[in-house]
Ligand binder design. Structure first.
Ligand code: AMP
Ligand code: GLY
Length: 415
């Protein structure tokens, strides 16, 4: 069969690698892909949010399965548009993608179905929002309602930080119409974790757990990033916590989507804060996490195409997932400066010099026979080991072999 993967990051290269292991797959395309995906399959010069261009390609090429990596095309309704034309596509439809497109929609849903989450209030007028800043306790979390490429959340320590963020989002519109609405949210202090699950019809099937490192600097300092590393399984979710997450979050979520008449088929990513032993939902995403996916898929033993088929065909209840007991770890090699501004176009060397480690490409592009940096999160080193310590030794023992100018990575993934 012919498979198209939409996106160009580490998540998509990792999905592509897993898909390419399926004996059913004859050809694999990536739109637009990166230097790594172009070795695995063929890159097509169509951007991930060019839904019309992607549809034309999928129809012309008679693509049998399209897998959507990032949230933008999902929120634009790519699944509805492809399915209308009879194409098979993995991901939730436009209505279900509202969980990621609108934080206020998610908060309303969480409140309606009694799923634990922080108190909140929404605003569509920046002056009214600023006038209420003095009535909240600090730190205060302020979130742009819509998509903001992971940058739409500020944890404000003072009223003036709040005013500044509201001005940028609502008056200067740094995220465009995603900032037409904002929410204030109670700050929750605890341990952050996430659950990534497959959903189809009445079945929710969590993947193995993974821990993500969101902050750019060691010891979880500095601004949030998309994620600087991960390992699986996560050491924060034991059986007792998983039982609580099922009874307080996942089961009410499934009841809620049924009640709302949603036909959810795809991935739900639940961001969770564990506060004094109890799970609270921070957010929903409607796609795989990056770099959680790199570590999780390294442990998956199923044919992922079969698993995706079972989601599309509403046969997920018949699927059993199978995982290696080994630990997987991912360390992101980033461009110095990320998540703020950074340079692109530096040559990468040393990619063929590693033992046991899989290199998953993120922001890279090929230039003749060279590989150049082309994004903030450039590469992922992924390894399987007997323990976290074993993974750390394998990765950090070889990490200096890969070189590009201004390379930056965290030394404390797994600690
Ligand atoms: P979100 O995109 O809503 O998950 O927010 C991005 C990040 O901000 C999360 O991964 C958390 O680290 C942090 N965050 C979001 N909401 C809260 C909250 N209510 N309390 C504390 N931290 C939060
Ligand atoms: N690593 C977090 C995310 O993909 O949203």
């Amino acid at each position: 069969m012919k498979v198209l993967v939409i996106g160009s990051g580490g998540r998509e290269h990792s999905l592509g690698m897993k898909i390419s292991e399926s004996t059913r797959v004859e050809s694999l395309f990536f739109a637009p892909g990166n230097a790594g995906t172009n070795v695995l399959g063929k890159n097509i010069d169509i951007q991930a949010n060019d839904v019309e261009g992607l549809l034309k390609f999928a129809l012309d090429e008679k693509i049998d399965l399209t897998v959507v990596g990032p949230e933008d095309p999902l929120c634009s309704g790519i699944v509805d548009i492809f399915e209308e034309k009879g194409l098979r596509i993995f991901g939730p439809d436009k209505k279900c993608s509202y969980f990621e497109k609108s934080k206020s929609y998610t908060k309303e849903f969480l409140m309606k179905y009694d799923i634990p989450t922080g108190d909140y209030k929404e605003f569509t007028d920046s002056n009214l929002a600023k006038a209420e800043l003095s009535q909240w306790s600090y730190p205060l979390v302020i979130k742009a309602d819509g998509l903001a490429a992971g940058k739409g959340v500020a944890i404000c320590n003072t009223i003036s930080e709040g005013e500044e963020f509201i001005s940028q989002v609502m008056d200067s519109k740094i995220f465009g119409e995603s900032g037409d609405k904002i929410i204030f949210e109670e700050y929750l202090e605890g341990k952050e974790t996430s659950i990534i699950a497959l959903v189809s019809k009445d079945t929710i099937l969590p993947l193995e757990t993974a821990k993500d490192y969101k902050k750019v600097y060691e010891n979880n300092k500095g601004p949030n990033t998309g994620g600087m590393g991960s390992f699986s399984p996560s050491n924060e979710i034991d059986k007792e916590m998983m039982d609580k997450i099922y009874s307080r979050v996942l089961n009410p979520f499934m009841d809620g989507i049924k009640e709302e008449g949603m036909n959810y088929r795809g991935i739900i990513f639940v961001g969770i804060m564990i506060v004094k032993g109890d799970p609270y939902v921070l957010e929903f995403n409607v796609r795989f996490g990056d770099p959680e996916t790199q570590s999780i898929l390294a442990r998956m033993e199923n044919d992922i195409v079969d698993v995706m088929d079972s989601v599309i065909d509403e046969k997920l209840s018949e699927t059993r997932l199978s995982w290696t007991d080994k630990t997987a770890m991912t360390v992101v090699l980033a461009s110095g400066g990320y998540p703020a501004s950074y340079q692109k176009g530096y040559e990468i060397s040393g990619l063929d010099s590693l033992n046991e480690i899989k290199i998953i490409h993120g922001g890279t592009k090929s230039d003749d026979d060279k590989v150049l940096t082309n994004g903030g999160r450039v590469l992922n080193m992924v390894v399987l080991g007997d323990s976290i310590e074993d993974c750390r030794q394998k990765i950090y023992g070889q990490i200096d072999r890969v070189k590009f100018q201004d390379i930056y990575f965290r030394n404390d993934i797994g600690l």
